[in-house]
Design a protein around this ligand. Structure first.
Ligand SMILES: NC(=O)c1ccc[n+]([C@@H]2O[C@H](COP(=O)([O-])OP(=O)(O)OC[C@H]3O[C@@H](n4cnc5c(N)ncnc54)[C@H](O)[C@@H]3O)[C@@H](O)[C@H]2O)c1
Length: 243
């Protein structure tokens, strides 16, 4: 008889919450994991604890809060998969104490955020939100006062990591001049130029876009003094993890 050292794959129960795409279940099935349940929403409280009973692996996005009591109550849990970048919705210490590894997908939304930022820059420089509101109220303002092309404007990127550097590439293709500030030495893409301080960046940028992680250092990193250091009529975008 062949010795078996691990639980057979077809007995491993996997729960995917928050509408994780069915391709994940197909991929798992192709690897031999047949017991995969998909739930469209996030769960919380008693419903989450109940749903995790007997589950070996759980897949979540950023809404499901896997707190210490939830992790401790999960009787069979052996892996947590975060189908997103951040892991602050998981009590990592509790997971560590329970010997449960936590996986994330650091590049899953990189391009998506960079694209969104480009869209926001164009829409805001053209003052589309206020024009749209006016139009829906029956108005029609054809004036181009205070509506600008992005070409030739300066974009200041705070945090030149996965998202910030992708944004840099897209922004230069749009004709923006790109400067960036990071606490680590980061190799520039294209003609992007690093600046020495956040203050330098704020004073030069027509658009400031934040792409830093949530840490003690970045909490409240933009306050009154920083906003005052920005150019008049400039735009501040925050698509980093906010709470
Ligand atoms: N809006 C969304 O849908 C969405 C989606 C994915 C990620 N995010 C968030 O975007 C942020 C950036 O993600 P990423 O994948 O590019 O992360 P990353 O770790 O690749 O890059 C972060 C960069 O910030 C720099 N940094 C850290 N502290 C800094 C500081 N005090 N000042 C300046 N730079 C600093 C780091 O050196 C790094 O280069 C994260 O907070 C992430 O959670 C948002």
């Amino acid at each position: 008889m062949e010795a078996s050292f691990s639980l057979p794959k077809d007995r491993i129960r996997i729960l995917l919450l928050e509408g994780i795409h069915e391709s994940a279940a197909q991929h798992l099935a192709a690897q031999g994991y047949r017991q995969v349940t998909r739930v469209k929403t996030a769960l919380e409280g008693e419903a989450l604890t109940e749903a995790l009973k007997g589950v070996h692996m759980v897949g979540i996005r950023s809404r499901t809060q896997l707190t210490a009591p939830v992790i401790e109550a999960a009787d069979r849990l052996m892996a947590i998969g975060c189908f997103c970048i951040g892991t602050n919705q998981v009590d990592l210490n509790a997971a560590r104490m329970a010997g449960i590894p936590v996986f994330n997908a650091p590049f899953s939304n990189t391009r998506s955020v960079a694209e969104l930022v480009m869209g926001e820059i164009v829409m805001l420089l053209r003052r589309i939100p206020s024009r749209s509101e006016q139009c829906h109220a029956g108005g029609w303002d054809k004036s181009a006062v205070n509506a600008w092309e992005v070409r030739g404007k300066t974009l200041g990127i705070v945090g030149y990591g996965s998202i910030g550097s992708q944004l840099s590439v897209l922004a230069e293709a749009f004709g923006l001049r790109v400067i960036y500030y990071d606490t680590m030495d980061k190799l520039p893409h294209g003609n992007a130029t690093p600046v020495a301080t956040l203050q330098d960046l704020l004073g030069q940028s027509d658009i400031v876009s934040l792409h830093v992680p949530q840490t003690d250092e970045t909490r409240n990193m933009i306050g009154e003094a920083e906003i005052r250091a920005m150019k008049p009529n400039s735009i501040l975008l925050n698509n980093a993890r906010g709470r």
